[in-house]
Design a protein around this ligand. Structure first.
Ligand SMILES: *Cc1c(COP(=O)(O)O)cnc(C)c1O
Length: 359
């Protein structure tokens, strides 16, 4: 029996996608083999890759002067690739809204001067600081944000005023949850395992002029965006099966009506849980209201023992992976695209029952 899986990542995938992959597992179309078994240089795989890219371009309306790369190495590799490729003046501005932004800034500081131009560390990253008039450094090669903070459940809803500098955004836990204006970014990138597909593929969307040859000295070939851009993500063997699954998710999203429809569905789902948290006498959200994420929703009872009891009883009822990240404590429900509305409704129903029994 499939459960309601609230994991932050790797996370729930659409059932229709898994079924399709199951149908095609032994033999993809009439190729006589599984996608896992075919050459990445074959025509049939090239079609899978090109279709995935063109569907993603449709979904996000990616302008022609942006490249789409399907890479490996996860988010942590992007923490290094961004400075290696962009930090030409050896200086960059980072906005600290949580652990992932912090890790990215620490990695970048190996290569140059990192300025923290805003931070919400003072209140355990439970809000987004005002980003409208930052002290952007004259020499900064880019401004870096983590747009949806998976651990803390905040989202940057108004992009920073970068004063002309290129914006680099980690959108790992919100990519394809809503429409985005790609033209506002220099680079946006996301690990697929949160809201898009299986772990093992990272999607990078990068403006042409940032694909440079004059990267930092000593940059490995594999960590140059240009290597992958020049070779249509086929410089070496890409994560073929994972890209195929991402492609099925893109088709699923297009069939649903695209990202406007997805956004509405996500807003509806999140409202079910947030409305309950706002009226509950037992559970409460941990994030400032205007900064709340549609994707990751942390909440607590205020009593650690009761949190534990809740997580364990929820688990027994088939509500899985609700334990919060250790730096926030309590619970966290991730309501990615593939989480059905029924899952959130059932969770809230269970929370109400738990509240009645434990007041
Ligand atoms: C999970 C996550 C990461 C880390 O990704 P890995 O693929 O595990 O390296 C980075 N940023 C955000 C926002 C994440 O949610």
């Amino acid at each position: 029996m499939r459960v309601f899986n609230f994991s932050a990542g790797p996370a729930v995938l659409p059932e229709a996608v898994l079924k399709k992959a199951q149908e095609e597992l032994l033999e993809y179309k009439d190729s006589g083999m599984s996608v896992m078994e075919m050459s990445h240089r074959s025509k049939v795989f090239e079609d899978i890759l090109n279709k995935a890219e063109s569907d993603l371009r449709d979904l996000l309306q990616i302008p022609d002067n942006y490249k789409v790369l399907f890479l490996q190495g996860g988010g942590h590799t992007q923490f290094a690739m961004v400075p290696l490729n962009l930090m030409i003046n050896r200086e960059a501005d980072y906005i600290l809204t949580g652990q992932w932004a912090k890790k990215a800034s620490e990695e970048a500081s190996k290569y140059g001067k990192v300025n923290i131009v805003a931070s919400s560390k003072d209140e355990n990253f439970s809000y987004i600081p005002d980003l409208s008039d930052l002290d952007i450094s004259e020499k900064a090669d880019y401004v870096y944000i983590c747009q949806n903070n998976t651990i803390y459940g905040t989202t940057i809803k108004n992009l920073p005023n970068t004063k002309g500098k290129d914006l680099v955004s980690d959108v790992s836990s919100m990519l394809l949850s809503e429409p985005m204006d790609v033209s506002k970014y220099g680079i946006l990138w996301g690990g697929a395992q949160k809201n898009v597909g299986p772990s093992g593929v990272t999607i990078v969307i990068i403006r042409d002029d940032l694909i440079r040859d004059d990267v930092l000295e000593g940059t490995p070939t594999m960590l140059k965006y240009k290597t992958h851009a020049d070779n249509n993500s086929l410089y070496n063997t890409p994560p073929c099966f994972n890209i195929y699954i991402c492609g099925l998710v893109f088709e699923w999203l297009k069939d649903l009506g695209g990202l406007d429809v997805m956004k509405k569905m996500n807003e509806e789902k999140a409202a079910i849980l947030y409305n309950f948290l706002d009226e509950s006498n037992l559970f409460k959200g941990t994030v400032r209201k205007e900064d709340r994420s549609l994707m990751n929703i942390p909440f607590i009872t205020g009593d650690e023992e009761l949190d534990k009891k809740f997580i364990s009883e929820a688990d027994n009822k088939g509500f899985k992976n609700l334990k919060g990240h250790r730096s926030v404590g309590g619970m966290r429900a991730s309501l990615y695209n593939a989480m059905p509305k029924e899952g959130v409704e059932a969770l809230v129903k269970f929370m109400k029952e738990f509240e009645m029994e434990n007041r």
